[in-house]
Design a protein around this ligand. Structure first.
Ligand code: ZN
Length: 526
């Protein structure tokens, strides 16, 4: 014990000496690097909790993550960081680079946002989270929204207080979206959603006015999981996910997490009798992973791989831009006709009996079937955004105080009928289906639709390059990945989503490419 403490003390003295010796920007880099280390450790503990940990470890793991999160917040808002930023700014103003100034200002402004949230509110939100999660699990199992309602009321009250603490110009919801998508507002979303609804609803009418030709039964045959995994992994590697700097593990709800660009973890979940969900989830998560692996090496442990507002180690510039990368590989590439023309033969080699009576175009049609669904995560591309629009409308009204939690069941069910023509049979398949509200993540849903829209813009711009288009026809994804690396991935958080879009595509957020892609799909499916 005592020798151990002795070594620890000496280590601390050494760190202090190192700090004392560091000046200017180097001191700032040192502080940010330390914060990033803690955030990567939290990511690793979370990855482990969702993949390997025995269930009995949940309580102590929650405490470990809470302790490290508290430490990260103390580091971000503490004096050492403030002094390091001041020291950095002094040097950067005198003789620094544009990149150094950006890193300092980005950190400074995001720390100011973090500091505006009172400590008491953060403690309250953290204490509510496990209670709300447990109540949500139980309510969903028993199909009883009313038992979760009091916890949701508390969540809304806390999130509303957060919005007011962070500050906003027009609508309190703007403050919450801004945590996930800097610069995004409800007003911008309203304009975007109006255009999407105008385009999607007539497209759906077209689809539903003709006979449904999709053979979904071919996806429900018995597909051994190891063979699914091998097939999905091969293609993820050809898309550019580097397995020497990453790995794929099993989980319940697939996700991606980065512990620097050198170690990017993706997870999947396969179903023997439902082929598409496992395959597309791997390509989706690989898209997230390729983004993280593609951030410039010099940004490792820097301000450009540290999300200060969410205290999260991530190289992607926003949640929406991140989602644009996953959806680009999953949908724009993976659900295209040319993809299945190239890759169906290998799938049939892997499952010769199951797919003996199926051809590439039948398979493509099956994985693109349009069927309105009650469940967001099972929704097809044409109805998916309607699920997001509905959630945004409800969340923003809750935060503004325009609707009460008690109004939600009837409101939800009415909107599902209006948008999708479906009747909600129970709360579990209604407003209890998503984990987000129990996790206090109000304001994150819009980033899924933003991801869809941006994925189509970027894909369209990349496709103008002959090498990219030619590669897509032959299953060579290197030109596309290199284009994305050059215009999106390498920047990390050193560019805003808007800057990246404008430089890469020549325009800001614009749903035209996305609407065109969906209209083209409806035409092909005819
Ligand atoms: Zn995703």
């Amino acid at each position: 014990m005592s020798w151990h403490r002795g070594i620890w003390n000496r280590f601390e003295q050494w760190v202090e000496l190192m700090n004392a010796g560091l000046r200017g920007f180097a001191r700032f880099e040192h502080e940010i690097g330390r914060l990033n280390d803690i955030l990567c450790a939290i990511n690793l503990l979370s990855w482990d909790a969702w993949t390997k940990m025995p269930a009995a470890g949940a309580v102590t793991r929650g405490q470990q993550i809470a302790t490290l999160s508290g430490l990260a917040r103390e580091m971000a808002t503490g004096e050492a960081m403030r002094d390091a930023i001041e020291a950095g700014l002094e040097e950067a103003e005198a003789r620094g680079t544009e990149e150094q100034r950006r890193a300092l200002l980005l950190t400074k402004t995001t720390i100011e946002t973090l500091r505006r949230i009172p400590e008491a509110l953060i403690v309250e939100a953290a204490a509510l989270k496990p209670r709300a999660h447990e109540s949500w699990i139980e309510a969903r199992a028993r199909n009883d929204f009313s038992s979760f309602a009091p916890l949701l009321e508390e969540t809304v009250r806390i999130q509303r207080a957060m919005a007011h603490a962070i500050g906003f110009e027009r609508h309190p919801y703007d403050a919450l979206i801004g945590q996930y998508e800097p610069g995004m507002t409800l007003q911008i979303l309203d304009g975007l959603y109006a255009r999407l609804k105008d385009a999607l609803l007539p497209l759906l009418d077209t689809v539903f006015s003709r006979p449904d030709q999709a053979r979904l039964d071919i996806l429900e045959r018995s597909y051994p999981i190891e063979a699914q995994k091998a097939y999905a992994t091969d293609i993820a590697a050809s898309m550019g996910f580097d397995f020497t700097r990453g790995r794929l593990d099993d989980t319940v709800h697939p996700f991606e997490v980065s512990l620097t660009r050198q170690d990017v973890r993706i997870t999947g979940r396969f179903h023997e009798n439902w082929l598409p969900s496992g395959l597309f989830a791997v390509w989706h998560e690989a898209g997230h992973g390729i983004y993280e692996q593609g951030v410039l090496e010099k940004f490792t442990r820097s301000a450009f791989t540290t999300d200060i507002v969410n205290l999260y180690a991530m190289g992607g510039t926003s949640f929406g831009m991140h989602e644009s990368q996953s959806r680009l590989w999953e949908n724009r590439v993976g659900r295209s006709q040319r993809f299945w023309l190239v890759h169906f033969p290998a799938l049939r080699d892997a499952f010769p009996e199951q797919l003996a009576d199926v051809d590439a175009m039948e398979f493509w049609r099956a994985v693109n079937a349009v069927r309105p669904s009650l469940i967001r995560v099972e929704a097809d591309e044409l109805t998916y955004d309607l699920h997001i629009i509905l959630r945004t409308e409800i969340e923003s009204a809750l935060i503004a105080g325009d609707v009460e939690v008690g109004d939600l069941p009837s409101l939800w069910n009415r909107k599902i009928r209006d948008f999708l023509g479906l009747t909600v049979p129970d709360d579990a398949r209604g407003l209890l289906q998503d984990v987000h509200w129990s996790a206090g993540m109000i304001g994150s849903f819009p980033t899924y639709t933003l991801g869809n829209v941006m994925s189509a813009q970027l894909f369209e711009a990349a496709g103008k390059l002959p090498a990219v288009a030619k590669g897509l026809d032959s299953g060579n994804y290197t030109p596309l990945r290199l284009w994305l690396g050059e215009h999106v991935h390498r920047h990390g958080r050193s560019r805003t989503p808007d800057e990246i879009l404008r430089e890469a595509t020549g325009s800001g957020l614009d749903p035209t490419a996305y609407i065109d892609a969906l209209a083209e799909k409806v035409r092909l499916l005819a």
